[in-house]
Design a protein around this ligand. Structure first.
Ligand code: PMP
Length: 376
């Protein structure tokens, strides 16, 4: 059976080989007589699955030894509260500063306000003139040299891929370059983790929900420098105290065992694809194919400042918005699923994560050309 191409922003497409392996191992994992779902999280078998997943993730992202890798629950929005509860108390002022580049970073900023003295370091809320052209709100990334991080801040928060706006930003600055060496960079990398190499060392903490590039919803990854642990606020639930979770190798309480297992299969698949550098070249080629077409036509448009166009999430609008419904129906009939844009932006969005093959993007572009030809 040929499956349709699924452009969902998340939960999103997974590699077919991984789904097949999970199906084959569903009733009996490696002769254990059990499904992974039925195993004790403290047993030998699950210990092996969990430790191997951690080791593979470390290898893929070249995570230094002085960082802990945690498998948690709670999702991206959970981390919006769990990060401040763990990091804001590091310094006396209980302060943190946020770079606002779209919906997800704004949500992080609002949630953090419950836990300390929170300020905006920079925002893309206003239109701006960049490279001689006018950019609308939330279509660009404020230049790090313009970020105003307070000297007393415990951390500065960035969302390095805004899933809704389609803005991706990889030039993570070292807080020392910003004149605030005591603040650490905290990055929400939910929607592009493992799609390209990332310099984890530039950040004190990187977090990601699993349901885009990693595996099933329910698992959240946190990579955190160990010297930042140990100052959780007293109100922090112990299941979310990074120090306790790290000490117990992500088995302080019952972790999302099946999601960790599938993530582990995805990590092995990624290693077979040449790791994150292999993924990066495929992702570049996929994104280029789609953006190049968008740039040659007036029928569709993408509003994002070119240097920060996301390789993972590509929002695009039809010039004639009255055709949106027809476009989506015809796309579905052609086996191209879940292309509807987020309601706050409208139009369409193609999420082309690691597991989307080049042929899927080719099929989308062919469909878009044909739709333009018959409706232009
Ligand atoms: N951050 C980013 C960048 C996201 O894309 C999302 C979900 N789309 C979230 C946070 C929220 O994640 P969750 O739904 O897992 O809470």
């Amino acid at each position: 059976m040929k499956r349709p191409y699924n452009f969902s922003a998340g939960p999103a497409v997974l590699p077919e080989a991984v789904l097949q392996q999970a199906a084959a191992e569903m009733l009996d994992w490696h002769g254990s007589g059990m499904s992974v779902m039925e195993m004790s999280h403290r047993g030998k078998q699950f210990e092996q699955i969990c430790d191997e997943a951690e080791a593979d993730l470390r290898e893929l992202l070249d995570v230094p030894q002085d960082y802990a890798v945690l498998f948690l629950q709670g999702g991206g929005l959970g981390e919006n509260a769990i990060v401040p509860m763990n990091l804001i108390g590091r310094r006396e002022a209980h302060a943190a500063d946020f770079v606002l580049s779209g919906s997800w970073s704004v949500k992080s900023y609002k949630e953090a306000q419950r836990y300390g003295d929170i300020a905006v370091a920079a925002t893309a809320e206003q239109p701006a003139e960049l490279d001689g052209s006018q950019q609308g709100p939330w279509t660009y990334m404020p230049d790090p040299m313009s970020w105003k991080v307070r000297p007393q801040a415990s951390y500065v928060h960035l969302c390095s891929n805004e899933t809704i706006g389609g803005v991706e930003f990889m030039d993570w600055p070292d807080p020392a370059e910003l004149g605030v060496p005591q603040a650490v960079l905290t990055v929400d990398a939910s929607s592009h983790i493992l799609s390209r190499p990332m310099d984890v060392k530039r950040a004190g903490l990187v977090y990601a929900g699993a349901q885009k590039n990693i595996g099933p919803a329910g698992l959240t990854i946190v990579i955190v420098r160990k010297d930042l642990l140990g100052s959780a606020l007293p109100i922090c639930p112990s299941a979310f105290d990074y120090a306790l979770v790290a000490e117990n190798r992500s088995r302080f309480n019952t972790p999302p065992t099946y999601a960790i297992y599938v993530a582990g299969l995805v990590f092995k698949w990624l290693k077979q694809q040449g790791g994150v550098t292999g993924m990066e070249s495929r992702n570049k080629a996929k994104a280029r194919l789609l953006y190049d077409y968008l740039d040659t036509t007036d029928f569709y448009r993408n509003p994002v400042h070119r240097p920060v166009r996301s390789r993972m999430n590509v929002p695009f609008m039809l010039h004639d918005e009255s055709l949106n419904g027809e476009f989506l129906q015809a796309a579905e009939r052609s086996g191209l699923l879940q292309l509807k844009g987020h309601k706050s932006v409208g139009g369409m969005r193609a999420s082309i994560y690691n597991a989307m093959p080049f042929e899927g993007v080719q099929a989308l572009v062919d469909f878009m050309k044909e739709f333009e030809r018959s409706h232009g």
